[in-house]
Write a protein that binds this ligand. Structure first.
Ligand SMILES: [Zn+2]
Ligand SMILES: [Zn+2]
Length: 244
């Protein structure tokens, strides 16, 4: 699998950037994990918008799904222009029925639900889900392709089952919304200290810190995680590519 960071900001896209969005590729398959604000614009640096096989959404907060409607418009405009497009499917949970029903669009984008009871296969990927601790229903994803595993925490405060879910991943994308000592668990987010504990228990090969705060020096987050975890710790940045 190849992962490209499209957007990594916490609540809103800073100038010229995007909130949560990750392009995941295996062979000809291209999926977006989350589709936050600015993602459809930034995506086009790496992939034609018509070449996506679909989107998997963790939850329906704006910073993770703001560009879904924009993607729908990209589909209808490119269809109108007569461009060749892959069929596309958008995956979301069904615990918020109103939000789920807005995902599909005409015959251009099919909506499909997932839950944490059984894995689903999407092209070469197998996705397993775990509901996280967040103010609205949100799901972490464990994604396998060939013999490699990527885990994406989505948004969550720390809880021990999250570490079990992420066990021995080749890459763990962990939300890291605050610094050591910040009180953000109550809002359903993790600090660098929480991510350090998560990584210590889950023992991934490498951790990618994302969903980064709009203040402070992000390099400090990396140092704080590394106090607890001796593996590779990276900071997300726009366009960063990792092979998993
Ligand atoms: Zn959220
Ligand atoms: Zn978020």
């Amino acid at each position: 699998m190849r992962l490209t960071v499209i957007g990594y900001w916490h609540g809103y896209p800073e100038e010229g950037e995007a909130t949560s969005g990750y392009l995941l590729e295996e062979g000809e398959w291209k999926l977006l994990l989350d589709c936050g604000s600015g993602v459809i614009s930034s995506l086009q640096k790496y992939c034609d918008v018509t070449d996506l096989n679909g989107i998997v959404l963790s939850h329906y907060h704006h910073d993770h799904r703001a560009d879904v409607g924009i993607y729908q418009y990209a589909r209808i405009i490119n269809q109108g222009l007569g461009k060749a497009m892959k069929n596309a499917t958008i995956y979301g949970h069904r615990q918020d029925e109103q939000s789920f029903l807005k995902l599909g669009y005409k015959d251009l984008l099919t909506a499909q639900s997932y839950d944490d009871k059984k894995p689903i296969n999407i092209g070469p990927f197998t996705f397993t889900f775990l509901q996280t601790h967040h103010p609205v229903p949100c799901y972490a994803m464990r994604i396998q392709a060939k013999d490699n595993t990527l885990v994406y925490t989505a948004d969550s405060s720390y809880f021990p089952e999250l570490a079990d879910f992420a066990i021995e991943a080749d890459l763990l994308i962990a939300e890291c919304s605050g610094y050591e000592g910040d009180s953000i668990g109550q809002f359903g987010h993790m600090t660098s200290e929480d991510v350090g504990q998560l990584a210590k228990k889950a023992k991934p090969t490498q951790v990618l810190l994302s969903h980064l705060p709009h203040f402070g020096n992000h390099e400090q987050l990396r140092t704080e995680v590394a106090k607890h975890f001796s593996g590779t710790v990276r900071l997300a940045s726009s366009g960063l590519q990792l092979n998993v």
